[in-house]
Design a protein around this ligand. Sequence first.
Ligand code: 4AD
Ligand code: MG
Length: 433
Amino acid sequence: MSQNTFVSEIEKYVGQEVQLKGWVYNFRSSGKIFFLQFRDGTGRIQIVYSAANLPVEQWEKLNSLRIESSVVINGTVKAESRAPSGFELDGTSVEIVQLAPEDYPIGKKEHGPDFLLDNRHLWLRSEKQWAIQRVRDTIIRATFDYFKETGFVKFDTPILTPNACEGTTELFEMDYFDVGKAYLAQSGQLYLEAGVMSLGRCFDFGPVFRAEKSKTRRHLTEFWMMDAEAAFVEHDENIKIQEELVCRIVKDVLEKNQHELKVLERDVEALKKIQAPFIRMTHAEAVIKLHELGSDISEMDDLGGDDETILTKQYDRPIFVEKYPAVVKAFYMKRDSTDPSRALCADLLAPEGYGEIIGGSQREDDYETLLARIKEHNLPVEAFQWYLDLRKYGSVPHSGFGFGLERLVTWICGLEHVRESIPFPRLINRITP
Ligand code: 4AD
Ligand code: MG
């Protein structure tokens, strides 16, 4: 008999007896036949027990089971065309590891979002949540693979920092021993810029924090960001890298998560259209388009969430909106030499109404210009002296971008709200469980 087997590889064992370890997600009994719906983390399968073939003690054990009890089962694998996985087990035995009480909170009835979020530690076991976490894993791995293949070095940036990266209004602040104040990182970008002057091309991937008072379907207070940065890369090449990375991620999910996408009822045809070249328009062009679509956005405004929604519903490919007014963007962005009121930046907006998934730009690489920007933004020059040093010793043109992992997961899985894309979401009104 084969032990340490998993549902995901069950097709290798047709005709053989195997042992599986996992949980009961449902069951029903006809009195003579017991249908056990079983999951082990890698997948789900039905195990069919017949009273006629089981010792009485085993039959009674089966009939004492409750939802989410943990079990070790033995059975013989057979092909079953009617089963979703194509396989089924003829059960030969069951051992109960732990019998769950009858009151498993998450039932088959509809639950509201607050109830589900309060029970997030259990909700994660349901099939849709399982599928989301598997897609998330593929996105993370595809990102690492892409960067490995293109020569980007993983460079770990700090989470405790002495200054802001993306604007002082969204900082989580704390007392830091005798030093004074420290802040949770909003992005590792500034440190990556130091990294690329040593390593050429770098990326980080870790949790970041934003004390944003936004209560929208797109905002978390803690989320995972991947920042990438490259020396001697300018605006256009920066965009090319992003396009390649996003295509690669979607391709890997389409290849590796067919079953998960089906569980999520994701329209895979929409994902298959994610091919280069993406749509590219300037902020000025986007504003004109948005006016046609009924938005009252002003020429020098940032795009709001609603603007992103209506704009991205017009296209079936992602959109780079480039050259935003410099006044609405971060201090470190290089200006467009043909129109210095604009930043050499681009946001990548996902289609189907999803909106911003990436923010990126070419960086200001001139010492005096950057110093002036830091002062204009009322940032403490002292805290940024190390960052200015990067422009003093061997400055080079360089660019980078950052994606929000949860925004990618939400879009690729076709979710309504970013809160389901991360195991334990942190929102302005929620920090439990
Ligand atoms: O556009 P942002 O603010 O850009 C930066 O932080 C740059 N320093 C990145 C860089 O150039 N290296 O954030 C990057 C991405 C956004 O495009 C969005 O996908 C995500 O992070 N993001 C959020 N995701 C969830 N909740 C929030 N509150 C988010 N804020 C930004
Ligand atoms: Mg942004």
